[in-house]
Design a binder for this molecule. Structure first.
Ligand code: DI6
Ligand code: FE
Length: 403
């Protein structure tokens, strides 16, 4: 059952025909070569590329990252190795807030330069679309600075960027014990301004006992609805706070993390068509013990995506391929489910219907990997098998070149 994931059928001896930035047809090689688009016109194939037995997949999609940030958290890493918990560091004023301080101090150029390094590595490994959240600025000016930097990354690098406003990520120091006042600022000033400038494609919040209550998240989501922005939610990562059900109630595109989600939450996600985004990097790095409810998500046919959660505090990783391995080993996904998680289901998590699967009319975003099967893509750790990457019909690899 788990291996019947729609949109992940493998075609042996396959071929793909593209025109400009679109896929024209995909199928077995003889069928593609005799395709009417070629036969009926006097046009010939401008360029034929032999993929030499590689595995051609839709361009990979990382649907949950916080990859624009200042500084690092290596000091806190050491504290955690000495036994201080992530939550404790947060309560002491560190954690997300220490990255907020470093991000506020960074110029756009500094943020762009460090983020570009991360994005380049992702692109070289087959990623063609990624989501980037704000949430380390927490003032209007600094949130907009992060979103502008995120948007600008696609001007220099071969990647589409989906931006998410995450003003409700943490309570900034200057609003200590004034959480409701901060939420009011998010709803009354930040969200309208961000929406007006079209800086964000969706809105996220962190629903957790170290962050915002369901009631506060509800206010943010109501405002987002008023501004016609889709929502997503960091839900049930450290405790079961009813986050999944709350996300579902607002028809969220995705509910992310979900380690502590119960069956009530899973059923709510199934009803609303919300994608469950699983983040094994954070699970690993925080040494969590409770896995997300994969069997229940499967049983209720909730689409599962996988993402890096690339951030300096809980998931300092930019390899989506490593997440395939971790998703299988730690969460029990099949290789087919894992690959669906970074293609077709990741596209759905971003509300993008023009990518994530190789089909006529979709964007010509794809990558060829030097492996034989989906399993070979998930099984090794730390290898970089992308041989060719094409974004919007343009060859952007071989990896490590032309970036
Ligand atoms: N959950 C996460 O995993 C990231 N944000 C969130 O709400 C962590 C962000 C950080 O620790 O800097
Ligand atoms: Fe996150």
């Amino acid at each position: 059952m788990a291996d019947k994931v729609p949109g992940t059928e493998v075609i042996e001896e396959g071929a793909l025909l593209t025109d400009g930035d679109q896929i024209v047809t995909v199928g077995r090689r003889p069928d593609v070569l005799s395709h009417s688009a070629l036969a009926r016109s006097d046009r010939e194939v401008d360029e034929a590329v032999d993929c030499a037995g590689g595995l051609l997949l839709p361009g990979l999609i990382d649907c949950h990252t916080h990859l624009v940030f200042g500084g690092d958290r290596s000091r806190e890493f050491e504290q955690r190795l000495e036994g201080v918990s992530y939550q404790e560091i947060s309560r002491q004023g560190g954690g997300i807030r220490s990255t907020v301080a470093a991000t506020r101090e960074s110029s756009e150029q500094e943020l762009r330069s460090s983020a570009s390094g991360r994005v380049s590595r992702m692109c070289a490994n087959g990623v063609t679309t990624l989501e980037v959240k704000s949430g380390y600025g927490l003032t209007l000016k600094d949130e907009e600075k992060m979103l502008s930097v995120a948007r600008s990354l696609s001007e220099r690098l071969p990647v589409s960027i989906h931006t998410t406003f995450l003003g409700a990520h943490a309570i900034p120091e200057e609003f200590h014990e004034k959480n409701d006042d901060y939420i009011q600022l998010v709803c009354e000033e930040m969200l309208p301004s961000v929406a007006k400038q079209q800086l964000a494609d969706s809105v996220d919040a962190f629903c957790e006992n170290i962050a915002f209550t369901n009631q506060q998240v509800r206010q943010v989501f109501e405002k987002a609805r008023e501004l016609s922005l889709p929502v997503r939610l960091h839900a049930d990562q450290l405790t079961n706070s009813g986050g999944a059900a709350l996300a579902a109630e607002f028809g969220a595109l995705s509910a992310d993390h979900l380690e502590y989600t119960d069956e009530v939450g899973v059923k709510a996600l199934a009803r609303s068509g919300t994608v469950a985004v699983l983040l094994p990097g954070a699970f690993y790095f925080l040494k969590e013990k409770q896995c997300p409810p994969v069997a229940l998500l499967r049983e209720h046919q909730v689409p599962m995506a996988l993402a890096t959660d690339c951030n300096p505090g809980s998931s300092p990783v930019d390899s989506l391929l490593l997440m395939l391995n971790m998703g299988c080993v730690m969460f029990g996904l099949t290789p087919r489910e894992a690959v669906a998680g970074v293609t077709v289901h990741a596209a759905k998590a971003l509300g993008l219907s023009d990518r994530g699967a190789l089909k006529p009319g979709s964007r010509a975003d794809f990558a060829v990997f030097d492996v034989e099967t989906l399993s070979h893509l998930c099984y090794p750790i730390g290898v970089e098998p992308a041989r060719m990457v094409v974004q919007a019909g343009c060859l952007t690899g071989p990896p490590h070149k032309a970036l």
